[in-house]
Design a protein around this ligand. Structure first.
Ligand SMILES: Cc1ncc(COP(=O)(O)O)c(C=O)c1O
Length: 371
């Protein structure tokens, strides 16, 4: 890493610590490419050139050759850009949305309830393709789904979903925030329209995110400049994009070994929790090797998070945006769990700084709290 990450940090799905190389790259590019990429002098042109090269490098790493990367500052902005932009372009459009999507998709669509149809995942957290096809009415104009669930780590059958949409000429938006940098993503095999990404989920500095897009038929969310071919006004953060490229390269380099290591750590957590029949494991394979959702019915996930925090452990109640709310997790409920199970859910997400020792300590502390 280059710096010490606290082994008691178990909230990688909310934000991964940045790779040292990604931080260094941010500083380097900030110093050498400080001109505005839209300026027409030599330095502006050089910054623009650098930006285009970096975008291409990023797309190539994900085998994305038949579209372009639209930059945004956050993943939430990327998701809002497409949902809002699609419905502004096609006011009669209809969305089919999975119920386990992140709040940034969920709340963007809440503004358009009349245009919204929902489908829920199975008890395992995965989408059922037969049910998906049944829900895909002829008047649906865009489908919005996860590649990987941010709360359970469930890996969805995204190639099949994309093919089903492609065959029917329906646009597909995939939230890839929890997949890129964690599992292999080959955009050449996923014929979706939009694929949203966020750099800080895989060790970039914050402020770099975007949409890989094959279709540009949407209205811009942010106006007032010609950046990003008029689809998103605002000066591009070239240094953040450079950091994101470095972070993706580093994540891909370690992915195979880290996946094995994290899967073992996760198995250890599961084995210990399975000794308690009252605990409910919400994650099932295929899923992210380093993410585990577990429910402690009768307890509040928020209180567990608070108590663990006093002992120096950082875990999360599902989506971080819900950290101050007592509401049952919408995502865990969508899998058919009870209110008690959804209120008592905790997300443990691991990464490069997690160790055997910190996992053992976490298990001991959790069992002490909930026995
Ligand atoms: C699946 C998913 N989508 C979207 C987001 C939002 O990304 P950002 O934090 O970059 O706005 C997150 C972050 O938690 C996420 O996990």
């Amino acid at each position: 890493m280059g710096f010490q990450v606290d082994p008691k940090y178990f909230d990688y799905a909310a934000s991964a610590p940045p790779w040292q190389g990604a931080v260094d790259e941010y500083c380097e590019i900030s110093k050498s490419f400080y001109a505005n990429a839209s300026s027409i002098h030599q330095q502006g042109k050089a910054t623009k050139q650098k930006l285009l090269e970096l975008k291409k490098e990023f797309c190539d790493l994900l085998h994305f050759y038949d579209g372009r990367l639209l930059l945004t500052a956050t993943g939430s902005e990327a998701n809002n850009t497409i949902i809002e932009g699609h419905l502004n372009k096609y006011p009669k459009g209809k969305i089919l949305m999975a119920m386990d999507v992140h709040d940034s998709m969920w709340y963007a669509s809440r503004k358009h309830l009349k245009s919204l149809k929902l489908f829920s995942p199975e008890k395992s957290g995965h989408y059922n393709l037969k049910k998906f096809v049944k829900a895909l009415d002829a008047d649906i104009s865009i489908v919005c789904v996860n590649h990987v669930s941010n709360e359970t780590g469930a890996i969805q059958p995204i190639v099949e979903i994309a093919q089903l949409c492609d065959e029917r000429n329906v646009k597909l938006m995939v939230d890839g925030m929890q997949s890129v940098g964690h599992i292999p993503v080959n955009m050449d095999e996923i014929p979706c329209t939009y694929y949203t990404i966020s750099g800080h989920k895989f060790g970039s500095v914050k402020g770099a995110a975007g949409v890989l897009m094959r279709d540009e038929n949407f209205e811009p969310l942010i106006m007032g400049g010609k950046q990003e071919w008029g689809k998103r006004a605002g000066t591009e953060d070239v240094a953040a994009v450079a950091s994101m490229v470095k972070a993706l390269k580093r994540s891909l380099e370690v992915m195979a070994d880290e996946s094995k290591r994290l899967r073992q750590l996760k198995n250890e957590l599961v084995q210990h929790f399975e000794d308690f029949p009252e605990f409910v494991i919400n994650s099932s394979e295929p899923d992210l090797p380093g993410l585990l959702s577990v429910s402690f019915p009768g307890f509040s996930g928020r209180e567990i998070v608070g108590a663990l925090s006093l002992s120096g452990f950082s875990v999360s109640t599902g989506s971080a945006c819900h950290a101050n709310e007592m509401e049952p997790s919408r995502i865990i409920l969508s899998m058919g769990r009870t209110d008690r199970e959804a209120i008592g859910s905790v997300r443990i997400s691991m990464g490069i700084g997690t160790t055997d020792v910190s996992v053992k300590e976490l298990i001991e502390k959790i069992i002490e709290l909930v026995r």
